[in-house]
Design a protein around this ligand. Structure first.
Ligand SMILES: [Zn+2]
Ligand SMILES: [Zn+2]
Ligand SMILES: [Zn+2]
Ligand SMILES: [Zn+2]
Length: 309
């Protein structure tokens, strides 16, 4: 029954009912700015600077007990505290109740900058040690930093390494998992004219020992309603580039094809969507491909993933 004969193994046919999609303005990437959580130092951080224990104590914020990083603040009486806590105590010194004003403790900042600190993803496997600012820079691209959950269409704050996320996608989002490098998906929607900003994330594919997620969604480019399908790679961008994929959709002797490179899930699903890096189907064409009286969206998307040598 699949067009394309035996080329594509039919692995799945999914009918999406109204409960299977979620509308909303894709708020799920609100976390992307969270690369700077409250300061923390790995358990061996103390060891690295054990010879400077006095300094270490000086750099401990009296409120949150974390190591203070620039900007470090002090009250007019010289009590120091970290910038997170300055906000939380509403600019009143917790030690002497004096107004905190806006006084920096530059000497302490210099000391803090000179310390070598472990990457904050030490517990996830990174054993690098850096001066403070280099460390911040490194942590933004550290290969051990956790991934955000790639599930689209709902706000999900789960983060973790790939095995954690795969288990989470399966158990908590009930995402289908499939093996193989070809696929054949049907997307059915009974009231396509009402669907804007709908996201579907149907499936995770396990191909070549790596994992890919296929996204399909309805949104607008300008005022034009479109559907878009694209693939994301569960892993780093450098790895994603080793793969290519193709998508095809069509009917009645017409066909749209797309060939691309899967995007790392380091790029949010929203970012990939907005860059239009995937198969884009104008709604009118999508309804034409659906056949019938255009009152129902019925698209069959076939695809293939391969490894570039
Ligand atoms: Zn603090
Ligand atoms: Zn004070
Ligand atoms: Zn690291
Ligand atoms: Zn999730």
């Amino acid at each position: 029954m699949a067009p394309g004969g035996g080329v594509f193994k039919e692995v799945l046919e999914s009918h999406l009912l109204s409960s299977d999609y979620e509308t909303g303005k894709a708020k799920s990437e609100a976390k992307s700015s969270s690369t700077f959580p409250k300061s923390s130092v790995g358990s061996t951080g103390k060891n690295e600077i054990s010879s400077k224990n006095g300094v270490y104590d000086l750099l401990k914020c009296p409120v949150c007990k974390n190591l203070m990083y620039p900007p470090i603040h002090q009250c007019p009486n010289g009590h120091t505290l970290c910038s997170n806590c300055k906000i939380e105590v509403h600019n009143i010194c917790p030690t002497c109740d004096h107004d905190l004003e806006n006084i920096r403790c530059l000497a302490l900042e210099k000391v803090a900058e000179s310390l070598e600190l472990p990457c904050k993803y030490q517990s996830l496997g990174c054993h690098d040690i850096f001066p403070y600012y280099t460390k911040l820079k490194h942590e933004q691209s550290c290969g051990f930093r956790p991934y955000n959950c790639p599930y689209a269409g709902s706000e999900c704050s789960v983060m973790g390494d790939l095995p954690t996320l795969l288990a989470h996608l399966k158990d908590d989002h009930k995402v289908d998992m499939h093996d193989g490098c070809t696929f054949n998906h049907r997307y059915v929607k009974s009231n396509p004219h009402e669907v804007e900003n709908a996201t579907w994330m149907l499936t995770i594919f396990n191909s070549f020992g790596r994992h890919f997620c296929l996204h399909f969604e309805a949104f607008q480019i300008g005022t034009a309603p479109v559907y878009m399908a694209f693939l994301r790679f569960l892993g780093e961008d450098s790895e994603a580039k080793k793969f290519s994929y193709s998508l095809e959709v069509g009917a009645n002797g017409r066909k749209l094809t797309w060939q691309g490179i899967p995007r790392s899930i380091r790029d949010s699903h929203r970012k990939v969507r907005d860059s239009q890096d995937g198969l884009i189907i104008q709604r009118n064409l999508g309804l034409y491909f659906s056949g019938g009286d255009r009152q129902e969206l019925k698209l069959r998307i076939t695809g293939r993933i391969w490894k570039e040598e």
